[in-house]
Design a protein around this ligand. Sequence first.
Ligand SMILES: Cc1cc2nc3c(=O)[nH]c(=O)nc-3n(C[C@H](O)[C@H](O)[C@H](O)COP(=O)(O)OP(=O)(O)OC[C@H]3O[C@@H](n4cnc5c(N)ncnc54)[C@H](O)[C@@H]3O)c2cc1C
Length: 473
Amino acid sequence: MNTIQIKNNGGGQTTVAASDLEEFQSGFRGDLFHAGTHGYDTIRKIWNGMFDRKPGLVARCVGTSDVIRAVNFGRENDLEMSVKGGGHNSAGTAVTDGGLMIDLSLMRRVTVNRQAKTARVDGGCLLGDVDYETQLHGLAVSAGIVSHTGVGGLALGGGFGWISRKYGLSVDNMISAEVVTAEGAVVTASATENPDLFWGIRGGGGNFGIVTAFEFRCAEIGTEVYSGLIVKDFSNAREYMRFHRDYVRGLPDEMTVWMVARHAPPLPFLPETVHGKMVVIVPFVWLGDPAEGAKLIKPIQEKTETLGEGLGMHPWVGWQSGFDGLVDHGARNYWKSHHLKDLSDPCIDEIIEFAGRLPSEECEVFIPHMEGAPSRVAEGETAFAHRNLPFVLNIHTRWREVADDEKCLQWARNFHESTQPFAQGVYVNFLSQEGEDRIKEAYTDAVWHRLVDVKNKWDPQNRFHMNQNIKPG
Ligand SMILES: Cc1cc2nc3c(=O)[nH]c(=O)nc-3n(C[C@H](O)[C@H](O)[C@H](O)COP(=O)(O)OP(=O)(O)OC[C@H]3O[C@@H](n4cnc5c(N)ncnc54)[C@H](O)[C@@H]3O)c2cc1C
């Protein structure tokens, strides 16, 4: 191994001697990668193809002791450190350009306690890993909707999906976490041990340490759910959206109905003439008796023209990975998002105006309905904030060619700005790199001040700053 240059926290380069790297590698069970090492170009890749960063060194850990060793190496050499869980964050924070990337992608063990209905989940797990193991027992952890998303980033920021209206967010189901601190210590964060840290990691992201394992409460949902997609013609989108905003807010928590405006994918139940056409897709999941679910969904089927639908009992694992292909790795992505106070008529008008001119085939306007169990947790109970807002507007801009960057970025920014009057706050996991003021908007003032206190205590040197950063203050 030769001497290598690694970016330090001052922005300069630190020369790391071969003997220091050898010392790091000895006893480290995982692998070290740097430019020229076999596998380096694969391991540095993340979901968002906009980021082609080259870490000076990657430490691919296989256990907690490896993570401690990597953090100590980073701190002792004052290296810029980033942490890669599933590598899914659209802001690209998992990968440092030149520094030390601590990669958790081999730490993917899930252990289910059937009696207690809990799961211990390693910090590098993907959502699919968790479903795979919990579903053996008909259990599920409340989390997101794409199986290749990482649990680490998702659960530290909030974590919502098809069952969160009924069972709460991932942060609401977190019982404890094993955390490696900036000082290289391993601590437990729970309601009784280090409760300030436990509060902070339930919404404050990776600012306070590296979570090597989570313990979650599981929900008993069985292995199949009544679920499906109803596809509406976009030409009636205004009328449908006005109906949808009121209808879904009156539904029981067992029913989750969202809305996606996009070009129709070639879904098997859609006539070929509809493929590629602008549509509003209405996906839903019902946690209950299918016949009752079918009744609840009827008004949605009947409101405006339905172009096709695929409904029925679906295996949970299949449903959870059913959308994976639409958001696979490598495309260029730019996300803008905010919570919506409501879906007022003028807000719907703006949505339709921008959705009507998507800058690429793969863009989508995604509007989940959030109310339910998460809104019944008091604001301030966890660092995750804005629990009472009914909808999220997610502008998923996605394209393939560099030449389309400007057009796509501009569309997303204009769309976001035009819906700002109807918005309040943002989900931290949907932020792009938008600056500190915007990060603050993910939290209330009271939560932000408390997050700074937690940061001051657990990471006063801001070693963990490759994230939606809460600076010590
Ligand atoms: C296609 C797609 C679908 C999505 N769907 C949902 C959804 O349904 N619901 C939802 O709530 N969110 C969803 N998200 C957002 C998702 O929550 C974030 O992108 C999240 O950051 C992904 O976590 P990750 O571990 O893959 O991220 P990474 O990119 O690996 O990490 C992001 C940041 O999280 C921190 N981090 C990650 N793991 C750890 C760890 N173990 N310890 C400490 N810090 C860590 C680091 O600071 C890192 O910079 C989706 C994102 C995408 C791209």
